[in-house]
Design a protein around this ligand. Structure first.
Ligand code: ATP
Ligand code: MG
Length: 426
């Protein structure tokens, strides 16, 4: 049984529990063991006079973090966690832990992030760290549930590709038999091809790989992207969808993850929709309070911090300069600006999206204008020559979303085994 399945009302019942030895307290004639499982803690109480001598001897010697299985009687005990304890009949050590431990599982001694990540299996045993991933799991489930209910089909596109999505340099090359190939930085081109294929609404939750050299607290070299693409709509349509999705995820997390939010000492509120919107042009006017920034330049960290401080919470930045957004974005009639948007949370970019250019000739011109060769995109362009519907979509960084919701100071906290500039293991 799990710790949460037992209550003081089960007083007198026989149960079997299993987990890790969180703590051992030896008071001579009485030994307390705190057993930790996925859901919480259970006090195992061994009075010398009551339990058999062999069990007593084993229990008092067991090392912390060993895996044990205990069979015994539930006893109501107000002073124990959750109001009960277990008096064991059988005490089995399934696997003995070595000592000393590479990392403290109790919250007593704080460790550096690097040490924690080097010993991630043990770091993840800490209830606070588990809480992050229990909430992340709920977030993914909510996203799926919401998008399925909106008629989206979940797809899997290739992660090994031959062309850069955006012609950038942020690609990891791999050797693919006698050719060179790359790890995909985004499912963008493939989800667009699926619009030509007639899927109308697709969703993908999968890894993206970015060979970004910089080591920041909001970049990973392997991240998870939630991508959608939708036909017969525009940027407005997919922005509204994104807002509703964010609000729904908050609702679900608040409803289903109270325990984990409490462990993290967080109180969440469902953000109000629609989110505030500002155009890129108004955004740089705010940024200019703290720095020089010419129109047309991308917003750097300092600019985003100034803007984020003024707007706070969730907001959209819209109407970006065409020249700093990728070729597949559709420009407005005034071609200097495009139908692209970023969803922000404070200074952190959570998602980028746009109405896409679906007109073949315009798309080819746009590829050329970015200094790229249309021939390298033939597999993609072909899908635009035989009936491509108007479409729009976005990509939401899952770890950025977790980071924003749980107020984490480093994106690595939102990834089980993060990959960064120096870390490829564990
Ligand atoms: P940034 O400007 O913050 O580096 P980006 O504009 O390069 O991000 P996009 O290509 O727009 O990122 O990707 C869509 C989303 O994927 C981003 O809004 C972000 O949430 C997430 N994302 C992109 N790159 C990374 C990364 N290196 N680590 C974590 N998440 C990322
Ligand atoms: Mg972006």
């Amino acid at each position: 049984m799990r710790s949460t399945e037992i209550t003081p009302e089960k007083d007198g019942e026989q149960v079997v529990v299993a987990g890790w030895v969180h703590e051992v307290r030896d008071l001579g004639g009485l030994v307390f063991i705190v057993l930790r499982d996925r859901e919480g803690f259970i006090q195992i109480t061994l009075p010398k006079k009551v339990v058999d001598p062999e069990t007593f001897r084993k229990a008092r010697k067991v090392s912390r973090e060993s895996v044990i299985m205990v069979e015994g009687t539930v006893k109501k005990e107000d002073k124990a966690p959750n109001g009960f304890e277990i008096i064991p009949k059988k005490f089995e050590i399934l696997n003995e832990s070595s000592a000393p431990l590479p990392l403290e599982v109790t919250e007593k001694v704080p460790a550096e992030l690097d040490t924690r990540l080097d010993n991630r299996f043990m770091d993840l045993r800490r209830p606070k760290i588990q809480a992050i991933f229990r909430i992340k799991s709920q977030i993914v489930k909510s996203i799926r549930d919401f998008l399925y209910s909106e008629g989206f089909i979940e797809v899997q596109t290739p992660k090994i590709v031959s062309t850069a999505t955006e012609g950038g340099t942020e690609l990891f090359p791999i050797s693919y038999f006698e050719k060179e190939a790359f790890l995909n930085q985004s499912p963008q081109l493939y989800k667009q091809i699926l619009m030509s294929a007639g899927f109308e609404r697709v969703l993908e939750i999968g890894p993206i790989f970015r060979a970004e050299e910089h080591n920041t607290t909001r970049h990973l070299n392997e991240a998870t992207s939630v991508d959608i693409e939708m036909s017969f709509t525009d940027h407005e349509g997919v922005m509204k969808l994104l807002e509703r999705l964010v609000a729904k995820v908050y609702e679900d997390v608040i409803q289903n993850c109270e325990k984990f939010l409490n462990i993290l000492e967080l109180k969440l509120e469902v953000p109000e929709i629609p989110f505030p919107r500002i155009t890129y042009t108004s955004a740089i006017e705010i940024a200019r309070k703290s720095q020089e920034i010419p129109w047309g330049e991308d917003l750097d960290l300092q600019a985003l911090k100034t803007i984020g401080a003024e707007l706070g919470g969730f907001y959209f930045i819209t109407e970006w300069p065409t020249k700093i957004k990728p070729f597949y974005v559709m420009p407005f009639e005034d071609e200097k600006i495009c139908k692209s948007f970023d969803l922000m949370y404070g200074y952190i970019e959570l998602a980028s999206g746009a109405q896409r250019e679906h007109r073949y000739q315009k798309l080819v011109e746009s590829i050329k204008a970015k200094g790229l060769r249309p021939e390298s995109f033939e597999f993609y362009l072909k899908a635009f020559r035989y009936g491509m519907p108007p479409h729009a979509g976005w990509g939401l960084g899952l770890e950025r979303f977790v980071m924003a919701m749980l107020n984490l100071s480093n994106i690595r906290e939102a990834m089980l085994f993060p990959r960064d500039r120096t870390r490829v293991s564990p």
